[in-house]
Design a protein around this ligand. Sequence first.
Ligand code: G4P
Length: 535
Amino acid sequence: MLDAPTNRPALPPEIARRRTFAIISHPDAGKTTLTEKFLLFGGAIQMAGQVRAKGEARRTRSDFMQMEKDRGISVSASAMSFDFGKYRFNLVDTPGHSDFSEDTYRTLTAVDAAIMVIDGAKGVESQTRKLFEVCRMRDLPILTFCNKMDREARDTFTIIDEIQENLAIDVTPASWPIGMGREFIGCYDILHDRLELMDRADRNRVAESIRIDGLDDPKLAEHVPADLLAQLREELEMARELLPPFDAKAFLEGSLTPIWFGSAINSFGVKELMEGMAEHGPAPQLQPAEPRQVAPEEDKVAGFVFKVQANMDPKHRDRVAFVRLASGHFLRGMKLTHVRSKKPMAISNPVMFLASDRELAEEAWAGDIIGIPNHGQLRIGDALTEGEALRFTGIPSFAPELLQTCRAGDPMKAKHLDKALMQFAEEGAAKVFKPMIGSGFVVGVVGALQFEVLASRIEGEYGLPVRFEPSQFTSARWVHGPKDAVEAFGQANKQHMATDNDGDPVYLTRLQWDIDRVARDYPQVRLSATKELMV
Ligand code: G4P
């Protein structure tokens, strides 16, 4: 049997009900607030404010971890699972810091859809645009939530135009706001012909929907003041003429985004957005891999590591590898093959994350994210299968564009710095090179702010003040070739050589000329700007 919009075999019901997605936004647009309301409606928390104490300054991931430490438990908001009606939502957190890191890209390889949150007064902002581009590279379906409609926002058509022009994607209204700012009373749900009114008295309450029989239904006038109703009718008529209707295929292909208007802090519009994700969002999709792609309905379990997080429990220094299951039905205790090392691995204590706790995962299905505690065996990009030598592709590795030397403020603590940097290298937060000659480490990142983030994390998590200084090198290249040739090359270029966190040889330089010279003088040696994540 084929599923109409996707043209793929119908999935087992447990897989078909899964929706795995991320929320992308510019800082301050309301991602945290929206996440909290999702968890509230998903029944994962009892009361808004449980995730973030009311009135408290905005929570960052590190605040969250501090909170966890204070409570003496080890949880993380990296991936949260909860039920919404008959659906299972897996919400994968995109890293919150304002700089852009590889982490962000990789997170988006683990999801099937994204929700783009924009601030109604600010429209499309820089970070939203960058994240959107990543979603587009993967043709991810995108649902848009225009937040803060309880404040003065831009005109609805202007907002929609801006998205269409700026992001080159068609926009279809799923709901239409009635009034704005102080006058905002709610939305007309275009997909279901319902009137949704905002309850200003109780931020956590959602008023009952009012079923409407088209725009001429006299019931509308009972709830909407005459001037706003006239405006609504006029705008909706224009919208019908100017904007495309909802089209499931275009949405699933990533060329059309439905937009909902609401106010996350008032819990308004959130339920409709969740219904949109449930009813129209994609079930787990095919995952690109070599030598063949992996379909979710396959019986055998396969998955890939898209994120490694260390220090989730500061006392144990354990690591949790986050695995997106690409296929099958996983049961706790299963023995899977760690494809890179070709070794079997018994997965005896996998965890799934609920908002307020982390639980042992007795079972999981394609589309789910499980956390596997380990001591460093599992790396980003690794595949776990029931024996097949699969390599998941599409998990990007980036050439570090900026290099700096990192030194411990206290030279006696250089050893600890070694450990801290190795941890970040394993997490994929930075590339770390130990030069053959001289002291210190050369650290490579993709965006300049990452140096600051690293410095503050090393200080916060290891109690180790560090300095980043300009490096004499500007480029790093991994050295490949027959062992003898690579060794001879290394011996002849000691001043330029370093090893990465796996002990693999890296050539550091500041001149393109040097790189060209290597190609000329050492024909057996090959330099590459990225190290493939898999061997
Ligand atoms: P982020 O994760 O995308 O950075 O945004 P976050 O949810 O933290 O929201 C940023 C600010 O916007 C917060 O205010 C939040 O309360 C506010 N906000 C979120 N949704 C809405 C909304 O629908 N309407 C209005 N008017 N404001 C909204 P803050 O002052 O920074 O923090 P707080 O003191 O309120 O916690």
